[in-house]
Design a protein around this ligand. Structure first.
Ligand SMILES: NC(=O)c1ccc[n+]([C@@H]2O[C@H](COP(=O)([O-])OP(=O)(O)OC[C@H]3O[C@@H](n4cnc5c(N)ncnc54)[C@H](OP(=O)(O)O)[C@@H]3O)[C@@H](O)[C@H]2O)c1
Length: 247
């Protein structure tokens, strides 16, 4: 039986992906900053571990406790909706610490077991904003664009070890906690001078018809994990698929 370790399982895509793999009889190591067993169904195949991807000690302890892993899903992430001018460098670094360095650090911690075993898959969660840009998301987009570039180069580097590296590219998913989280880091990130423009930009985004559902992401992760012929870049969600096709 194979084992998947997923970061950021307390809500949204991570939680749905953990459920999806459990229902398909995988061993699931669902990691969360604040572990909660009750968000997932009881199962002998489930372990919930504490993991903050910005904390080196937390990563070390979780990886030691996890043991042998077949698939790593780097899903944990934070959003930031702000005008760049109103965003401090401290906030910029916080976003990169989670979305970018967190993904790199988790990959670094688990990679040796994959290359030694000459098997395994690393699946990073990117974002469709790296395919089609939106205003007021410059820092978030930059943090995910770095992951897209990292994923593509690493995939080539690990081919010789039979370790697969893929990128899931979700579109906008209003059903997750992401929307409330984008305000958490910087509640007043849009200065007055940008307000009128920002309101018009939000209205355009809200009017867009198609969205991404957590299940779309879980299915895309499953596909990459289980189908070795699957492409390395997988848009997830009707909006992300449309954006990818329009490029
Ligand atoms: N929703 C969208 O529109 C959208 C679109 C494209 C891509 N994405 C990406 O998809 C991923 C999942 O987002 P989501 O929509 O499911 O949002 P979500 O419901 O807010 O889930 C994000 C998860 O990441 C966790 N997390 C945040 N910081 C962490 C840290 N330092 N260490 C470990 N876990 C941490 C959160 O845990 P806590 O409960 O502890 O905060 C939460 O479980 C993210 O990488 C996001 O950037 C989202």
């Amino acid at each position: 039986m194979k084992t998947v370790l997923i970061t950021g399982c307390s809500s949204g895509f991570g939680l749905e992906t953990a459920r999806y793999f459990l229902e398909r009889d995988w061993n699931v190591i669902a990691t969360m900053r604040m572990p909660r067993e009750d968000v997932l169904p009881r199962s002998a195949h489930l372990r919930v571990l504490a993991l903050d991807v910005t904390d080196a000690r937390s990563i070390r302890e979780a990886v030691d406790a996890a043991g042998s892993i077949d698939v790593l899903v780097n899903n944990a992430g934070v959003g930031l909706l702000s005008a760049f001018e109103g965003t401090s460098m401290e906030t910029v670094r916080q976003v990169f610490e989670t979305n970018t360095f967190g993904t790199l650090a988790m990959t670094h911690a688990l990679l040796p077991q994959f290359t030694q075993r000459r098997s395994g898959a690393i699946i990073n969660v990117g974002s469709a904003v790296t395919l089609k840009s939106f205003p007021l998301l410059s820092i978030y987009t930059a943090s995910k664009a770095a992951i897209m570039a990292f994923t593509e180069s690493l995939a080539l580097e690990l081919e010789a070890f039979d370790v697969r590296v893929g990128l899931i590219i979700p579109g906008r998913a209003p059903e997750t906690r992401f929307g409330e989280n984008v305000q958490r880091l910087l509640p007043n990130g849009i200065p007055q001078a940008y307000q009128a423009f920002a309101q018009a930009a939000f209205a355009t985004i809200e009017q867009a018809g198609d969205v991404t559902h957590s299940l779309d992401v879980a299915q895309a992760v499953w596909r990459f994990a289980t189908d070795t012929a699957c492409p390395a870049r997988l848009p997830a969600g009707a909006d992300a698929v449309a954006i990818a096709e329009s490029r």
